[in-house]
Design a protein. Structure first.
Length: 352
């Protein structure tokens, strides 16, 4: 197991232990899978063990298929599409890839380009399209060259499922929202099997449905340093909680940390924020918005949150200050008090 995997397991275990001390009660069926390079913990409430086992096996099969189809740098549907784009050709990928492209275009538009799933070549330059990121920053001339090429998902045309690009510099990478889309598809699969009280937790990013028996589900938000739990939330009904952090994937070069969320305006890793958590019904949106708000940083996150129509946000800035929206604040129980808590009203309508 690689260091990254060990770290991921440790993070996931921290989340699980936290959940365990709160619960592990009768009535919950719990199983873990490994997918998308992370541990996925599935909790189903009030389901017969055999039905639960079969449901989880179906989710596992779905995840493995999606992992193959959407992988950013291994052979598969997305890779074939990216090769066609680079060669100036068109390609008809699996329908799920077309759907992800459409969603990616929507998120890029709503975030004013801060979320841009066409930045695959830039991620590769920075060494993030491989298992072990790094080892050093790219040649600044290569980054400038990429900035001039200005790839965007809005340069893609979709014609009856066939995709082409007016810009061969587009290289799709769904890393910023595929996990969200995937967790949502797992929840849908479980709902179709009549399971309505559940959590699908992919390494701390999760969707939940229903309740934990006679009380809400209690979930943990990872601490920005990757150790333990920053805060807990009691949620019920339909909610997804997605966090983007600078502790997820990074390398250190000459004492400086370079993390995997890149600012498409500068071509450099986004700075100034440790983590962003978004709570929303729509998992893919929550996932994309957490990444977009990370890029937007302290000066701009409010505007981007409004434009992406997300209301529940907790942003931990580099100074340890928690910025939390007024609607989310009552639900958040900090385990370690932050340096300061700033409550934010997000009441302006979205920009046109
Ligand atoms: P995690 O849950 O692992 O922190 P995120 O949801 O924050 O992941 O997404 C980070 C991933 O998103 C990166 O590994 C990369 O694949 C992709 N990515 C990085 N920067 C951007 C960006 N500006 N726009 C869209 N996707 C990005
Ligand atoms: Mg994301």
């Amino acid at each position: 197991m690689s260091r990254r995997h060990l770290r991921l397991v440790a993070v996931a275990l921290a989340t699980l232990l936290f959940a365990a001390c709160d619960s592990a009660p009768p009535g919950v069926y719990r199983e873990q899978l490994f997918a998308f390079g992370t541990l996925v913990d599935i909790s189903l409430y009030g389901v017969e063990p055999q039905a639960a086992r079969q449901a989880v096996a179906a989710v596992d099969a779905l995840f493995q298929q999606q992992n193959r189809d959407w992988h950013a740098w291994q052979r598969g549907e997305l890779d074939s599409l990216n090769q066609a784009i680079a060669a100036g050709k068109s390609f008809r990928p699996d329908a799920s890839v077309v759907q992800l492209v459409r969603l990616g275009q929507r998120f890029e538009r709503l975030s004013h380009g801060l979320f841009n799933p066409a930045i695959g070549h830039l991620l590769k330059l920075w060494g993030f399209q491989k298992d072990e990121p790094g080892p050093e920053p790219p040649d600044p001339a290569a980054v400038k060259h990429w900035l001039r090429a200005a790839p965007s998902t809005l340069q893609l045309q979709i014609d009856e499922g066939r995709i082409s690009s007016s810009n061969p510099a587009v290289k799709l990478d769904f890393g910023g929202f595929a996990k969200g889309y995937s967790v949502a598809s797992a929840v849908e699969l479980l709902s179709r099997r009549g399971i309505h009280n559940l959590i699908v937790n992919a390494g701390g990013d999760l969707c939940l449905r229903g309740r934990h028996g006679d009380r809400p589900w209690r979930i943990g938000i990872r601490a920005p340093d990757g150790n333990g739990v920053l805060a807990s939330l009691d949620l019920e009904g339909a909610a997804c909680v997605f966090t983007s952090g600078d502790y997820e994937r990074y390398f250190v070069y000459q004492g400086k940390r370079y993390a995997h969320i890149l600012d498409p305006r500068t071509g450099e890793p986004a700075r100034g924020v440790h983590s962003v958590t978004v709570v929303a019904d729509d998992a893919a949106l929550a996932d994309a918005a957490a990444t977009a708000l990370f890029v937007a940083g302290v000066p701009d996150w409010r505007q981007i949150a409004r434009d992406m129509s997300v209301r529940e946000v907790l942003l931990m800035d580099a100074a340890g200050v928690a910025h939390v929206t007024a609607t989310l604040k009552p639900l958040v129980h900090f385990q370690h008090p932050p340096a300061a808590i700033e409550t934010v009203q997000l009441d302006n309508p979205p920009r046109p």
